[in-house]
Design a protein around this ligand. Structure first.
Ligand code: ADE
Length: 226
């Protein structure tokens, strides 16, 4: 899968993309990440990428020209399955959306900044607008990283244990059960006996009960959706 990210702050992605699961996905050639600095496409003599809003109002608006030129250049090189715009007024991201995006071949992610982008960018180029939650970030970069991370761990061969992405919270509509590792007794705080029993059926039953209980306590809304 190839992901092209349009941003005013490509450096923000350096650490996140060079470590852990995303790095693994890239090293294994399951994921190709390309960062594009929107400012490089500005035709303004001062390389400006934003301007005052027509009709007044607070904040600057990202101009269409640099974004349009960058998207058009990419689209001339290959076809894209989706052009995403990260925005607090988009559809809320969830595991189902991550699963769907992970099946795409090529996607573009546009990160907004300032007060927004010229509405014509959304009309002309964007196929999906995605929010990572009901709060406003300073820009779409952290939201884009969130989405890339959620996708990377779903790509084939990225996680060691073939079942581990499938057993993530939300994949079956339930939260994950608690997990434990050594020592079995930490200063009197013990791991549940059943996990040490070696009885796979009882362990699976216990895990499922824990999933239900956690979901009931923490996210009852998920149970009504099943
Ligand atoms: N940009 C600013 N806030 C955002 C959010 N909540 N989700 C996605 N992109 C954003």
């Amino acid at each position: 899968m190839r992901i092209d990210i349009l941003t005013l702050f490509p450096e923000m992605f350096d650490a996140v993309f060079s470590l852990s699961i995303i790095k693994k996905a890239v090293t294994r050639n399951e994921l190709e990440l390309h960062l594009h600095n929107i400012r490089d496409y500005s035709q303004d003599k001062h390389k400006r990428v934003d301007d005052y809003p027509f009709g007044g109002g607070a904040g600057m608006v990202m101009m269409i020209q640099p974004i349009a030129d960058c998207i058009q250049k990419l689209k001339a090189e290959r076809s894209y399955d989706a052009v995403l715009f990260m925005a607090p007024d988009g559809h809320t991201f969830n595991q189902q959306k991550a699963n769907q995006l992970s099946l795409y071949e090529n996607i573009i992610i546009l990160c907004g900044h300032y007060k927004g982008v010229d509405e014509r960018v959304r009309e002309l180029f964007i196929t999906e607008e995605i929010s990572i939650g009901d709060y406003v970030l300073s820009g779409g970069e952290i939201a884009a990283m969130t989405i890339v991370d959620a996708i990377a761990r779903l790509l084939p061969g990225v996680l060691n244990d073939a079942t581990s992405a499938l057993s993530d919270s939300f994949q079956d509509g339930l939260l994950s059960p608690p997990v434990y590792t050594r020592p079995a007794d930490y200063q009197g705080y013990k791991v549940p006996d059943v996990l040490l029993s070696g009885n796979e059926r009882l362990i699976n039953e216990w895990k499922f009960e824990q999933q239900l209980e956690r979901t009931r306590n923490r996210r009852p809304d998920l149970l009504t959706e099943i």
